[in-house]
Design a protein around this ligand. Structure first.
Ligand code: GCB
Length: 641
């Protein structure tokens, strides 16, 4: 994103440094602005010129709209359901000037947001899935102890060839104008995630990074010590003056196990408890917890007597290291095998709206399934998914919203710059989560084009220095002889659908197809690991047939079983010295909403192991049984030790 930031009265773009999750502490207050906001469509796109942001209320007709939620499925109105373009949200609240900074954070607004505070432009943000924020103090009257604040948000859900994901507006005639997304999920929009107001002192902790540098083991592979590297950035008034910092690592009982007084340094932990991914032979089940430390950062005024200026805690620090060999994906020097399922942020009524009920159910179902991983297909999810994954030990492949880069014109310089911006925002937000084991830079770009080759060459080069210890991948549907981009990835992620999108009904041909594909790719890239990042079959719950026919529950069961035999041939778990296949992620964990289409019954992609209401289809039991068996396979430490 190219933009100019004017600090003080007007901020025209969201900042690009890491945004810390808004967390309460001795020096920080938190307030939720979730609830019912005033809402209306702006079908003619006149709100900006008519200055709706400067009015005490949005012009009628307005309705009350819950935040967080996608607006599309809240009402009975088909116009709101399929609306794309501008919509407006507004609400008032009071602010008490008990703190020098009150920061308004939007955790995700799909896709383009213009935020006005008391009639003035406060912050703009492009890209729908990641947080942005603005200190609102400059926009409120300075001479009272409290102030009424009027916030207005203009949201534009139009997709263009340079948004991520891209899309096209097709004008068939004046009454039939269509937004054609380039992807297979419903284009939900609005203020989908929470809106938070939080306070800080005038000098404050702006960013913290923490990584595991080294873990030492004894002969029994018990960790004897670990070295963590960290950095603390401060910002705000007075930060040029001397401030002291105390960085403390607390164990799960709140005991300080390491500390340091530098802004950037190392912490040495003796006898560390490692963060372990769940669902492996040497680790815990996915219903139990992984070990997490808390990093507590305190900044003080100098000279003494020392006053605490700011305190921030990251409560999900995990000690773990990822290393790839030619045959295995190692976490803490033991093989890790991704056995989980892809997902979407998607549920009835809420659309892509954040809901802790849905998130809790998500993890309970992965626990039930023995599923130890998911990819955030096809965009970054709400922070809470990552914190829960840290706690239970699920592995996440964090994906950017670059889904649907399906033609040469989409690989433009503008898109590339925006893509880089999104990658920076995503890595800054998610890098401290131990659960994130890999970054996926895109889903199914047209990787056979020379334009894609140049684009991804640059994108991978850009991301490598900031990848924070994670391997890089993107998912490809191309075969190795046509794909010009897979060469840049550390791990090759395949999306494959034989016996669904090709070889209709031919379950018997799956084995040869997949084995040939795996061996052919490995032959070309003998040191790259391979993962199947999607495979699945559309299944209408309650539809049965024997022999199994497409769309039935029996077909979905047999479809998965046939793939599993092929995977086991190359499995890095079963063949530690010769294998190279490191994981399987069915498409999809849950049925999810799509555009209406003759191939999408009731406007849903029904490849879920579970329905959209989170009830199992027969194949869920096949996968559960498979994953229980995978957990029994021994996972000895790597021979390097
Ligand atoms: C894919 C896409 C995914 C689709 C899926 C399908 O390859 O990555 O977004 O939903 O296929 O079911 O067609």
């Amino acid at each position: 994103m190219v933009c100019t930031c004017f600090l003080l009265l007007t901020v025209w773009c969201a900042s690009t440094h890491g945004l810390l999750y808004p967390a309460e502490s001795e020096t920080r207050q938190i307030r939720s602005l979730d609830g019912l906001w005033q809402f209306r469509l702006d079908e003619q796109g006149v709100g900006e010129t008519e200055r709706w942001f400067a009015m005490p209320n949005l012009p009628e007709p307005t309705i009350l709209m819950p935040v967080p939620a996608s607006y599309n499925d809240i009402t009975q109105n088909i116009t709101i359901h399929r609306h794309f373009g501008m919509v407006w949200y507004a609400r008032d609240f009071f602010i008490h000037k008990t703190a020098p900074r009150w920061v308004l954070q939007f955790k995700a607004v799909r896709y383009e947001a213009h935020v006005y505070v008391n009639g003035q432009s406060a912050v703009n943000h492009s890209g729908g899935h990641l947080p942005f924020e603005v200190d609102i103090i400059p926009f409120i009257s300075s001479n009272a102890n409290y102030s009424k604040v009027h916030v207005v948000v203009a949201v534009n859900s139009t997709l263009t060839p340079t948004t991520l994901p891209p899309g096209e507006v097709i004008v068939h005639n004046p009454t039939y104008i269509e937004l054609k997304p380039t992807f297979d999920f419903y284009n939900y929009a609005g203020i989908d995630h929470s809106v938070i107001l939080y306070s800080t002192s005038s000098a404050y902790i702006q960013n913290i990074t923490i990584d595991t540098e080294t873990i030492n083991y004894d002969a029994q592979h018990v960790a004897t010590s670990a070295i963590l590297t960290y950095s603390v950035e401060i910002a705000g008034n007075n930060h040029a003056n001397a401030l002291d910092v105390l960085v403390e690592l607390l164990d799960a009982n709140g005991i300080v196990v390491a500390n340091n007084t530098d802004f950037q340094s190392r912490l040495v932990v003796n006898k560390p408890n490692l963060w372990q991914p769940c669902g492996m032979n040497h680790t815990h089940p996915c219903t139990e917890q992984s070990y997490l430390y808390t990093l507590q950062v305190t900044i003080y005024n100098d000279p003494s007597p020392k006053n605490v200026v700011d305190i921030y805690r990251i409560s999900h620090v995990g000690i773990r290291i990822i290393r790839l060999t030619d045959n295995q994906f190692l976490v803490n020097e033991r093989p890790f095998y991704f056995h989980g399922a892809n997902a979407h942020e998607d549920s009835d009524i809420r659309g892509k709206g954040f809901d802790e009920v849905i998130i809790a159910k998500h993890f309970n179902l992965y626990g039930w399934l023995h599923g130890n991983s998911f990819r955030t297909s096809h965009y970054p999810y709400a922070d809470e998914f990552y914190s829960m994954a840290d706690r239970y030990g699920l592995a996440i492949i964090g994906e950017t919203p670059a889904v649907g880069l399906g033609q040469a014109s989409y690989f433009s310089q503008d898109t590339l710059e925006h893509h880089k911006q999104v990658i920076v925002e995503m890595i800054n937000r998610d890098r401290n989560h131990p659960s994130v084991l890999m970054w996926s830079l895109a889903n199914e770009p047209r990787a056979s084009l020379k334009e894609a080759n140049a684009y991804f060459n640059e994108l991978f080069n850009f991301t490598r220095p900031i990848k924070a210890g994670r391997p890089l991948t993107f998912t490809t549907y191309m075969h190795v002889n046509t794909d010009l981009c897979v060469q840049f990835a550390d791990v090759i992620s395949f999306n494959r659908y034989p016996a669904w999108y090709s070889l209709d009904g031919r379950l018997d041909l799956i084995y040869d197809y997949i084995v040939g594909d795996l061996l052919g790719t490995r032959h070309r890239f003998p040191s790259k690991l391979i993962l199947i990042s999607e495979y699945g079959a559309e299944t209408v719950p309650g539809l049965h047939s024997d022999p199994p026919l497409m769309f039935t529950e029996e077909y979905q069961k047999d479809f998965y079983s046939a793939y599993h035999v092929a995977f086991d041939n190359a499995s890095s778990l079963l063949h530690p010295d010769t294998g190279f296949f490191i994981g399987e992620l069915p498409w999809n964990m849950f049925d999810f909403a799509t555009d209406q289409d003759i191939s999408r019954v009731g406007g849903q992609n029904r490849k879920g192991l579970f329905t959209r209401q989170r009830q199992p289809k027969a194949a869920a039991f096949v996968i559960k049984n498979r994953y229980e068996q995978l957990e029994l396979i021994p996972t000895p430490p790597s021979k390097i030790l």
